[in-house]
Design a protein around this ligand. Structure first.
Ligand SMILES: CC(C)(COP(=O)(O)OP(=O)(O)OC[C@H]1O[C@@H](n2cnc3c(N)ncnc32)[C@H](O)[C@@H]1OP(=O)(O)O)[C@@H](O)C(=O)NCCC(=O)NCCS
Length: 183
């Protein structure tokens, strides 16, 4: 038993960059920076309102979830803003005990409660068997999305009503300011 109840989830803000990097290296491997997901949000700062940390009873970092401002740029150059979810990472010795679910549940509750002006579609590159099963992410509306690197189409996921998703374009960092400031 891992003492899940002793693990608290809160804002990621204030967590040392080094602790985050150590956890991500442990979960994804040190070559993680070459992944397409990193190219999609290159140069962006993570969203403080939508990024969370799990800490164990001793104050150690047990899990991380970050979200980023990204966009899908259409052929006309117009950007449709999106929120990119991930990395979602649980410390290897704590994996498969429900912590990833708790982090994602927390995000979805906060994201779904955002005022309408800030409520953008969530997207991610991830396992549909996990992110679809629990939170309704699907590749259904992303068939004409391009990424700035290799991506397995069935792992390019979005969570929003189909009608709210931009149809086609290239994923990348968000260039244009979005109305509602923070997100
Ligand atoms: C993927 C990850 C975030 C999941 O968090 P976790 O705390 O380990 O897993 P959970 O306890 O939330 O898993 C809940 C359920 O989902 C399943 N599951 C976990 N990861 C899964 C995956 N990648 N694909 C399919 N199912 C998965 C578990 O087996 C479990 O199933 P059960 O309820 O039937 O027993 C975590 O394992 C991790 O950090 N992995 C390494 C990094 C990574 O690969 N991240 C995903 C890509 S973004």
């Amino acid at each position: 038993m891992t003492g899940q109840n002793a693990i608290a989830i809160g804002r990621l803000a204030g967590t040392a960059d080094g602790a985050i990097a150590t956890l991500l290296d442990a979960a994804f491997g040190p070559d993680r920076h070459g992944r397409t997901a990193y190219r999609v949000r290159r140069g962006m700062a993570w969203l403080t309102e939508l990024s969370f940390a799990a800490h164990d009873a001793a104050g150690g970092l047990a899990g991380v979830l970050q979200c980023w401002p990204v966009a899908l740029a259409g052929a006309d150059g117009v950007e449709a803003p999106l929120i990119m979810v991930g990395p979602v990472a649980v410390r290897p010795d704590l994996q498969l005990h429900g912590l990833g679910r708790r982090l994602m549940d927390h995000l979805v509750v906060v994201a779904d409660a955002l005022p309408q002006a800030q409520a953008l579609p969530l997207m991610m590159i991830g396992d549909p068997d996990y992110y679809g099963r629990f939170w309704g992410f699907t590749a259904e509306g992303t068939g004409e999305w391009e990424a700035p690197g290799p991506v397995e189409r069935h792992r390019l996921l979005a969570r929003a009503p189909l009608a709210a998703l931009p149809r086609a374009g290239l994923l990348g960092p968000r260039q244009q300011a979005v109305l509602s400031a923070a997100l």
